[in-house]
Design a protein around this ligand. Sequence first.
Ligand SMILES: [Zn+2]
Length: 348
Amino acid sequence: MRRVAALVAALIAALALAAPALADPALEALQQGSAYVSPAVGGTGTADAQARLEAVADDLERAGRPVRIAVVTGPAGAASMREYAAALRRRLAFAGLVVAVAPDRPTGVAGPRTQAAMTRDLRAARVGAITDPIQRADAAARAAAGPPLAPTSSDSTRALLGLLGIALIGGVWAAAFGIRRNRRVRRDEMVDRTAMARVRLDAIGARLDVLAVLPEHHARADDRLDAALRVARRAQAELDQATAADEVPAAEALVTEAFGLLRDAEREAGVPSPEDPFEGLCRCDPAHGAASTEATMRPDDIVRPSCAACRDRAAEGHPQMRRMVPSPAGPIPFDEAPLAEAPEGPSA
Ligand SMILES: [Zn+2]
């Protein structure tokens, strides 16, 4: 039975390769709805499978993370499932996440978040180990859409900034502040208390992204990476849920632990592992990721290492404001604030 299914899948994939690209039924279906399951994959369960994935898409849509899901027999003429997902997203002119799954192929995702961040989350959710394509599409959509945490997490802020073309930089902290304004807890004080931990956590996330897409992994580095990711997630959740000042130190301790694990993973992977959490990252905001160039930055108009987006904005005459954190003397750039404590204990 499986063999027949595989043969049918192969035949259909061959047909899809031969057919003109416009005739992709997934593309047509996703212009109307949020999920498509090829009958060649879903068999008699196609309608149920499609309903299940539509429900997943509805869930994510409600959480502000629009998604389109395609379960197909193969990448329909594209070089890989990832390219197929990117092509679908382009042809749908869709701003959200596109997930493309086929039996026995790596999962393809394309969306407003960076490929590195999505890859990291797919890995963390062990999506690649799920053989059932419907189940895998479900898991991949939830994972790649962002962490299953409170919507105030920096990932969703980052995704939002991504959607806006990172035009609102300086804004991760500002956005977190704005969202939290709506909360009835002692929010201003809590944002102040957690701002520095959030910057450090974003730096850790950016460095984890760099590690997650290294072409060569080995088991020990992977284990450390997974451990660092898990602890970073917990730290994020603690920061998001903290409503009283006495809850902050526990979250800060988790951030410190995640940083230690990140540095272990960096050493295992044989990449530089600076003690300064911000070194090598965009000096406008560590959440932007690795510094690949330089740019003038506000408020002092000094040229510093930056990401490409910050350089482009500066070149257009709009130098970006550096991410600020509160201090007794008023807001100061994130890397001028003293770290509340040593970023890690004595390293092993
Ligand atoms: Zn930047």
